[in-house]
Design a binder for this molecule. Structure first.
Ligand code: PHE
Ligand code: ZN
Length: 858
């Protein structure tokens, strides 16, 4: 599995699988070191498939036997490679029976069947099933699965797979057995098996047609109480999908299993979702409001996949956005309905800009639907997920909510049980609207973030505002020239007295001019309201014009956006030295905007949060992370001073009690957290002592963690050390909480901090959450230290990445993406980053990591 640079797979090369495989029986005799897997496949040659051989994928399997219709084959009857098993002459219809042995305890890649916390667990998306048995491991081969599990009674009292369970029966020798039958045809990537000893949190749900569903969340011993929020989120998701999309759950049981070792957030296996335990377990003591929010949205996301992903799946992995973009769009709207729509929109945009815009601007840029890939695990990107969701949002905005729902209804009706493409999806919308979406689908084919330039002029005589809109999309790797895309822009002219004349324009040419009549004097123009399109808007406005716009603005997203733009410009000026101290008038205006938002504390909190260094990277080239970080800190300190009264009164008031994870309370705590954070930036001599008291008196994790983080912002000091030591003593037995302890330090410290954390006895290279809490946080949220001009930050992570890569390529490849921006960095850091990438390239890397390094170096 070591360095061979992956060969590109191309969308244009797609060919259907020549066989149908509509019935599969799998039998597992579970053993950590030697699990025996027997697979019986009912195979039928497709009409017109000629005499194609039967090709099955398989990796890291020990083949024991192959039989066709009960007749044992010998090695001369088939060809066996590291990547699979091929049978040249097979009948048109037959039963294939294979027996293999696998070793879950040795599987550190966390793909296929592996052990986590002493329990069996599987992960098959995208290509993990081939590490379980020989099979056509591609999403367009859909089959009905029957699964038998045999396991030790004591080690595995609970044995789970997809579908509906039969009775547990004795199997002799201290073992027992169960069968699972999944009536819905599915591709191999949705298969799952989990077995072990769990505590179970149970509940039930009655669907809109009155069907009873048993719900269960399986967690580590002693953790059951902490699954209550995930369960509540699941039931609300089920109701929401019925009410919003008319979609009902389709099995009698729905199981969730929480595992400690997991490469992503969670996985939507049919009827058996597997979760990273960080996205299941929560209570007020151990979880922050952000954790509660993330659990709610990920539980919803995986549940929503049951229709957008499972019932209708992807024809091939190029279509990944078909399920992911759409399902992210669905979960974002669920969260907006559960909480505050404008606040949700702002958070989604922050995430989009910091991850996806950055990806789109660098060497790893790729279209929402790529047309080739080197390594499939590297396809799970912000572009596929987040930009993919934005594109669905634009579709809905253009055709309207009702028509969107009609198109979705048609999609579910027409393609249920199928593996389809983006073209199939858009055909449904073409059929309900009678419109042609060919140009719109450019959003799937062109990489890069479009720029929209807005120019305006005012004619006092005619009282007309003339608005000139133009678009360009910058070149990206392999795509030098771009065509105009349809960009839905929500616009409004504002009279400054609350009067709003709003409309939507779809900019689908390179340039267009619009005129708008105003009743009285020159109005202010509000553009891309609600962030109606994922573009960069360029406008040449003075600071005074921007300030006036913030005051006049009636769209909550753009209110935030206006402040954001002002703050960004100020940080840039400070970082470039064209200004040494934050402008007091501007600081006063921001402070006023924050105070004015007081009746919506969640919004006030977002206004208080300055853009992260990473978000400022796109604004200037070359980017100087150290200068940006210091400029940001100076502005933060000035803001802390201007708001010191507000901070004082806010933090003197008690935290809401009794605690509830509700959006309302979370909003109040978010603003309290923002105030705590300001104390972290404050030059007030007493700030550290205040923070230590806040840490000690905190009644929930949200504020306790905020205080500890704010203390680390002050660098080394006794108060910080005391909080960190106390936290470690209290939480050393809870790995999810300890991840926060690691992350807080990696997020503020230096290369040395990373070395110390990596040497900590609880640092575990095999646990992705722990590795990410140190290396991932350091390299994405502590950019001044990661991109230190002397290269110390890179050296601190290089060795960890190499070691992680040997065990878990998917994890390491993701960590390496932090280097993607080396070209836009100031020359010293840029050269050091490039040199690191070159050293990595020379090392023996996994194909996953080699793919990222190769593309990053370009
Ligand atoms: N399909 C999962 C999701 O987004 C993500 C995932 C991909 C998980 C690959 C594990 C492995 O919901
Ligand atoms: Zn998903």
């Amino acid at each position: 599995m070591r360095t061979e640079t992956p060969v590109a797979v191309k969308l244009a090369d797609y060919t259907p699988y020549p066989f149908d495989m509509d019935h599969v029986e799998l039998s597992f005799e579970l053993d950590p070191d030697a699990t025996k897997v027997t697979a019986e496949l009912k195979v039928t040659r497709k009409a017109g498939a000629g005499n194609a051989p039967l090709e099955l994928d398989g990796e890291a399997l020990k083949l024991v036997s192959v039989e066709i219709d009960g007749r044992a084959l010998t090695p001369s009857d088939y060809s066996l490679t590291e990547h699979g098993l091929t049978l040249a002459d097979v009948p048109d219809q037959f039963t294939l029976r294979t027996v293999v042995v696998i070793a879950p305890s040795k599987n550190t890649a966390l793909s296929g069947l592996y052990m986590s916390g002493g329990r069996f667990c599987s992960q098959c998306e995208s290509v993990g099933f081939r590490r379980i048995t020989y099979y056509p491991d591609r999403p367009d081969v859909m089959s009905r699965f029957f699964v038998t599990i045999v396991a030790d009674k004591e080690a595995c009292p609970i044995m789970l797979s997809n579908g509906t369970p039969g009775d547990v029966k004795d199997a002799g020798n201290g073992r027992h057995t169960i069968t699972w039958d999944d009536p819905h045809k599915k591709p191999s990537y949705l298969f799952a098996l989990c077995a072990g000893d769990y505590d179970v949190y149970r509940d039930s749900f009655t669907t809109m047609s009155g069907k009873h569903i048993d719900l269960a969340i399986h967690v580590d011993k002693g953790d059951a109480d902490r699954a209550a929020w995930a369960m509540d989120s699941l039931k609300r998701s089920m109701t929401w999908d019925e009410q919003t999309y008319g979609r009902e759950y389709d099995l009698g049981v729905f199981n969730i299993v929480a595992v400690r070792d997991f490469n992503f957030g969670a996985m939507e296996n049919k009827g058996l979702n597997v979760f990273n335990s960080a996205y299941v377990l929560a209570d007020e003591d151990s979880a922050t409001d952000a954790d509660f929010e993330a659990i709610e949205s990920i539980v919803a996301h995986e549940y929503f996949h049951n229709w957008t992903g499972n019932r209708i799946t992807c024809r091939d992995w190029f279509q990944l956005c078909l399920k992911e973009g759409l399902t992210v769009f669905r979960d974002q709207n669920f969260s907006a309905d559960m909480r505050s729509r404008p606040v949700q929109r702002i958070k989604d945009v922050i995430r989009l800009r910091s991850r996806q815009f950055a990806e789109d601007a660098g060497p790893l840029a790729h279209p929402v639907r790529p047309d080739n890939y080197g390594s499939i695990d590297n396809l799970y990107t912000a572009t596929v997920y987040e930009k993919g969701a934005e594109v669905i949002g634009m579709l809905r905005r253009i055709i309207g909510e009702e028509t969107y729902r009609k198109g979705m209804d048609l999609y579910f009706e027409r393609h249920d049980g199928q593996a389809v493409t983006i073209e199939d999806f858009y055909k449904c919308f073409e059929d309900v609207t009678g419109k042609d979406f060919t140009q719109f689908r450019l959003w799937y084919a062109q990489a890069g973030t479009p720029r929209v330039t807005v120019e305006e002029s005012w004619d006092e005589a005619t009282k007309e505002l003339t608005i000139n809109l133009s678009q360009t999309t910058p070149p990206t790797p392999g795509q030098p020239d771009k065509k105009p895309v349809p960009i839905p822009l929500e616009l409004a002219v504002l009279d400054g007295k609350g009067g709003t004349d709003a409309w939507m324009t779809v900019l689908d040419t390179a340039e267009t001019t619009i005129t708008r009549k105003a009743a009285a004097g020159r109005p202010l123009l509000s553009v891309n309201r609600d962030f109606s399109a994922p573009v960069r808007v360029e406008r040449d406005l003075t600071r005074d014009q921007r300030l006036a716009l913030v005051v006049a603005e009636t769209d909550p997203f753009n209110q935030w956006e206006g402040v954001r733009t002002l703050v960004t410009e100020e940080i840039l000026k400070l970082s470039e030295g064209s200004q040494t101290r934050p402008d007091s008038e501007l600081v006063g205006a921001i402070a006023a905007a924050i105070r004015n938002a007081g009746d919506d504390p969640a919004l006030a909190a977002l206004l208080t949060r300055l853009p992260e260094v990473g978000e400022l990277f796109l604004e200037r080239e070359p980017a100087d992370p150290v200068a940006l970080h210091s400029a940001r800190k100076r502005l933060q300190a000035a803001l802390a001073e201007a708001l010191s009264d507000t901070v004082g009164t806010t933090l003197e008031a008690p935290s809401p009690a009794p605690y509830a994870p509700s959006a309302e309370q979370a909003g109040v705590r978010a603003f309290r957290g923002a105030c705590i954070n300001l104390l972290g930036a404050s030059e007030d001599k007493d700030a550290r002592r205040k923070l230590l008291v806040l840490y000690q008196k905190a009644t929930n994790m949200t504020e306790r963690l905020a205080a500890m983080r704010a203390l680390t912002m002050h660098g080394e000091c006794p108060e910080r050390d005391e909080a960190l030591a106390d936290f470690e003593t209290n939480w050393k037995h809870n790995p999810i909480v300890m991840d926060k302890w690691f992350a807080v330090q990696a997020g503020q410290g230096t290369a040395e901090t990373v070395a110390e954390l990596a040497a900590h006895p609880e640092f575990d290279l095999k646990n992705p959450n722990r590795v990410r809490s140190v290396v991932g946080v350091f390299s994405t949220a502590n950019l001044a230290a990661f991109h230190a001009p002397d290269g110390s930050g890179y050296r601190a992570v290089e060795d960890i990445i190499l070691k992680a890569d040997a065990a878990n390529p998917a994890l390491a490849a993701r960590l390496i993406t932090a280097f993607e921006q080396w070209r836009v960095l100031e020359p010293k850091a840029g050269a050091a980053a490039q040199a690191t990438l070159k050293r990595l390239q020379e090392a023996k890397l996994s194909p996953n990591s080699a793919d990222i390094v190769g593309r990053a170096l370009g």
